[in-house]
Design a protein around this ligand. Sequence first.
Ligand code: 48F
Length: 254
Amino acid sequence: MLDETKITKAIIEESTARFLDSLHVDVAIAGGGPSGLIAAKYLAEQNKKVALFERKLSLGGGMWGGGMMYPTIVVQEEAKPILNEFGIKSKEREGQYTADSIEAVAKLIAGATDAGAKLFNCISVEDVMIRENKINGFVLNWSTVDIAGLHVDPLTIEAKYCIEATGHPLEVCKVVQRKVGKLNTPTGKIEGEKSMWAGKAERLVVENTKEVYPGLYVTGMAANAVFGAPRMGPIFGGMLLSGKKVAEDILARL
Ligand code: 48F
């Protein structure tokens, strides 16, 4: 016999247990776009405890819409092995590969959860915690609190390392710049995203994937935005390679 209150209890207790289990993690990730999801998978499959927080209802960030809502993404040769690892089907086309953007997002999410990462939606990272000049956690709130303009205090989780994967808006780095004033960039400040240049941007996004403040790594479009590199549009190989690189760099320190 179905009982509504049992359904309610199951939902609240299971979700709360999952959140409580993520209060102390190896790696916390802000943003569930392609770079954040890839990082989550490669860290979690090495048995690291990973929690990823995504502001929106659905994870996947800018990948769903392909290019201008044509639901296809393009990936270059170097990143093709990552498509294969996630089981994303692709087609060779003039030296590059295309994939269905909806299939790609679905499989990135499945890959991260199957590896054991905990993915949370509808939660925004609004601040960081800093102890002895190292970032050691995120300050979180329901995204709806911000949308509704409610004055509600946040909650916190601790992490050995944090990843900024919020894409173009660079939300975590902006908080750090505002509160600490100095990032590990040439000017010590956010350099700002430059105009579209796919070839250059795809190379630089991997180079720019690094620690931008002690304890905080940057990946994906956020890496180019903080280090003053161009945007790249709907080519996603750099996102995939950047997500893998940030996981490898952090794994080497854990
Ligand atoms: O924008 P997004 O897809 O970032 P990405 O992984 O990939 C970039 C590409 O999609 C594309 C591109 C490359 O071809 O330039 O734009 O670097 O995903 C970022 C995610 O972070 C969420 C946001 O909703 C999106 O899903 N996000 C943004 N701010 C916050 C956040 C926040 N403060 N807390 C939690 N999630």
